[in-house]
Design a protein around this ligand. Structure first.
Ligand code: ADP
Length: 270
């Protein structure tokens, strides 16, 4: 089956006036259709950059990124816009940026449905699920938490094949956070939506099937059902998790010893 997301050696470099910042280096990643993934990692690791690439808002500096089988680097800006409107729901980090400030909650959802047939029942059900069924205020006059809940409803308005959300619960209390997580899980279960969420919220990562930890612009670790694994990269490299840096500090030398089911690294005395 075609993967929802496939990154092959993706590199992202930001060029500022006097500096080049390598935000992602050689990211290899496959996310299957219908998978639900939490993107974890420290601030500045490259999570939002990866999200922006998957949303088609950036094009990779090098490497290949395919979304639902389509190589995004080869799409014209118009074709990319059409793909985004039809297939991808995006919740950006600043919730206000996802919304039309002078439109009501219902109008925002209806506008997001423009690429497909407007479905009032679906729109009303989405707003109910995030506790905004009776909301009459314009989006620009809502609180940050209300805007965040509305942004998730807007992103799901079209039943997208891929939902990308950057910290969608950061401004929510526990109850609202649970409502948003429930809505995202429902989208995956009922519509087969592939979900990728950048999050620092443990409740969100627990609810999703797979975690991917980005460190220093690379896939550092993967988690399945609460257990963390390092990932062996294309040249055989692994990122040791920070909690092992005291035992094997970066730059130290180690002996590699074969075990029946893997290898052990032992610090070499220098
Ligand atoms: P995260 O989401 O994990 O916090 P980001 O993807 O936002 O990480 O950032 C990765 C790196 O790229 C950081 O060093 C950040 O400063 C840099 N960066 C992000 N966006 C830009 C930009 N528009 N211009 C220049 N550098 C950027």
């Amino acid at each position: 089956m075609t993967a929802a997301v496939r990154c092959d050696g993706v590199v992202q470099i930001y060029k500022t006036r006097d500096l080049e910042i390598v935000a992602l280096r050689d990211v290899d990643l496959v996310i299957a259709q219908g998978e639900t993934v939490a993107l974890l990692g420290p601030s500045g690791a490259g999570k939002s950059t990866l999200m922006w690439l998957m949303a088609g808002l950036l094009r990779p500096s090098a490497g290949r990124l395919r979304i639902n089988g389509t190589d995004v680097s080869r799409l014209s800006p118009g074709a990319l816009d059409r793909m985004r409107a039809a297939d991808i729901g995006v919740v950006l980090q600043n919730p206000g940026r996802n919304l039309i400030p002078y439109a009501t909650a219902a109008q925002n959802v209806a506008f997001a449905q423009r690429a497909a047939r407007t479905d009032r029942r679906r729109a009303a059900a989405l707003l109910d699920r995030v506790g905004l069924g009776g909301m009459r205020r314009r989006a620009g006059a809502m609180s940050g938490g209300e805007q965040q809940r509305l942004a998730v409803a807007v992103a799901l308005a079209n039943a997208p094949r891929l939902l990308l959300a950057d910290e969608p619960t950061s401004q929510l209390d526990d109850d609202s956070g649970r409502a948003v997580i429930g809505l995202i899980e429902q989208a995956a279960e009922e519509n087969g939506t592939t979900v990728v969420v950048v999050t620092h919220d443990a409740a969100v990562s627990r609810a999703l099937g797979r975690t991917i930890t980005i460190r220093d612009g690379k896939v550092g670790a993967e988690g399945r059902h609460g257990e963390e694994f390092v990932v062996v990269g294309r040249e055989g490299g692994v990122q040791l998790p920070p909690e092992f840096h005291e035992l094997l500090p970066p730059g130290s030398m180690a002996r590699v010893e074969a075990l029946p089911d893997g290898v052990a690294l032992r610090r070499a005395e220098s």
